[in-house]
Each structure stands twice: as C-alpha cells, then as structure tokens.
Design a protein around this ligand. Structure first.
Ligand code: FES
Length: 281
C-alpha cells in the first residue's frame, strides 16, 4: 500500500497528493508516469508524475475528478493509502538525455493547459536545475482554475498566463499568446512542449507548425496494462502505430493523428456514464 502523506485541493475538483513510494521516487524523471489504483477493484488510472523527492521517498500526482475512478482517488485523504502505484513508466522527456553542451542556450517554450500544468512543473524545474530558464504559458478557463502558478514562477525563465475569460493575464486561448510572443514580442524558441487537453495540444501543434517550431506533446491515452501488451493506448504518429505507454508518452506533436486520438479517448464514454450513474444510486 502507498500512503498519501499530504493532500491539497489546488482548484475546484483538482487535487494534489504526495504519496510515499520510495522505489518510484528513486528513479522517476520528468515526463514519466505512474499507474494508480485506489483499491483492489479500482480501474487503472495513468497519471504523469508532477514531482518527486528522492530523499523523502515521495512522488506527487495531480488528479481531477472526471470519472468514477478519479473521484475515488480524489476522495482519499492524507493518511489513507492507494492500492497500487506502479512506475515510473514510459520514457523521460528527451531533454533529460541531452548533454550539457547540447542543452546550453536551448530555448524552450512550455504550454500547459488545465490539469496538464502539473506534469509541466517537473520538466521546467529540471531545466532550471540544469541552467536553462524556459518560458512557460499556463492556460485555464478562468483565474480560479489556474494551478501551479507560484511553483512555476519559481523555476521558469518567464511565466505567462492565459485565461479564456481574461480574468487573469492574456484573454484568449494559449495559441493566441504563442502568436503574440513570437510575432509581437519577437521571441524565438528551439522547441515547444505542450501538455494539456488533447484538443489544446492539437491546436498548439497546428500553430507551431506555421513557425516551423519543433513541438513535443504528452499524450494522455486510455491505458489498461501500461506495459505494451493490451493495445488500449494505441496512437498513430507519422502514419505508424505506437503504444503510448511504452513508446511515449511524449511524441512529435506535428505527426500525431489527434482526431483519431480524441476519438479513441472517448471510446468508453457510454460505459463511463453508466458507471457514474450506478455510483450515484
Ligand atoms: Fe496496454 Fe499501452 S496500456 S499497450
């Protein structure tokens, strides 16, 4: 069992949990994920690592109450335990493998949307610790739904906020802010990393393609085993089939078939609604 040592509500329905998992904490790197089950009967939920502390032996995850299983996880309190916490899974972010020479002077733009802001944090933090100050855009519907802005401010070169309703920062979509940074403020980047809702990553990739800006996305596909055996997390990238769990979760955003990925993500919507109705009875 994996004890929750701390739980914080970051925004309505979005919870951060620091979980005792020394083995995962010992080898986790930015970009990797864990598969979590609330209890023995629980569905396996993949969550990208939001932070790790090798000394304390803890790993941080951030979950949003979306379906029955995420609600079950979010209902746990500090002192409770998760039945499973398997990982770290998937490949770390590519920049982790670069030599200090290759990393030096590289200009990164991170685009984080909604709950996807949490997994961006360890990436920006890792770069900060390695002498790279990345620019970060954090987007949300409203100011109340923004998460991780203070943490991000401490490690980012520059932090830009975008809200759909303009309640904080730039008013509009993150894609509008990307264009403003490049076209109006003359910013130049070597790579963009986008993590958030699939539709956001799709439109970020479409926008950055116009600038010829390499773009990496982290796909949050449905998963079952997380070991490349079941095919549930199948995605098409550059016309070829990949499994998000073992080949990803990060892929070339300009080559991902987002429309197929979004269709597959909604594949079990009927079952999910049925499960929600049963849970509410
Ligand atoms: Fe089964 Fe990836 S989750 S192959």
């Amino acid at each position: 069992m994996f004890r929750i040592v701390e739980k914080t509500e970051l925004a309505a329905g979005i919870f951060r949990m620091r979980v005792e998992a020394p083995r995962v904490a010992a080898s986790a790197l930015p970009g990797q994920f864990v598969i979590v089950r609330a209890d023995e009967q629980g569905e396996r939920v993949p969550l990208t690592v939001a932070d790790y502390d090798r000394t304390a032996g803890t790993v941080t995850i951030v979950t949003q109450t979306i379906g029955v299983s995420t609600r079950k996880i979010c209902a746990l309190e500090a002192g409770d335990a998760l039945a499973d916490f398997a990982g770290p899974l998937g490949h770390p972010s590519e920049f982790v493998t670069l030599s200090p020479e290759a990393l030096r002077g590289r200009r990164y733009l991170f685009v984080a949307g909604g709950v996807g802001t949490a997994p961006v944090y360890p990436q920006v933090k890792w770069l900060h610790e390695h002498g790279v100050g990345a620019d970060v855009i954090v987007g949300a519907k409203t100011r109340d739904m923004l998460i991780y802005t203070d943490e991000m401010r401490a490690v980012a070169g520059n932090l830009y906020i975008a809200t759909d309703d303009g309640s904080e920062g730039y008013k509009g979509m993150v894609t509008g802010l990307i264009r403003e940074l490049i076209d109006t403020r003359g910013k130049r980047y070597d790579e963009c990393v986008a993590i958030g809702p699939m539709v956001m990553m799709k439109f970020v990739a479409l926008a950055t393609r116009e600038y010829g800006l390499k773009t990496t996305v982290s796909l949050n596909a449905l998963m079952v085993d997380g070991t490349g055996m079941c095919g549930a997390c199948r995605v098409t990238v550059g016309g070829k089939t990949f499994f998000t769990c073992v080949d990803g979760p990060e892929f070339d955003g300009h080559a991902v078939d987002f429309d197929e990925a979004m269709r597959r993500q909604g594949m079990y919507r009927t079952q999910e609604e049925r499960a929600r109705a049963i849970a509410a009875e």
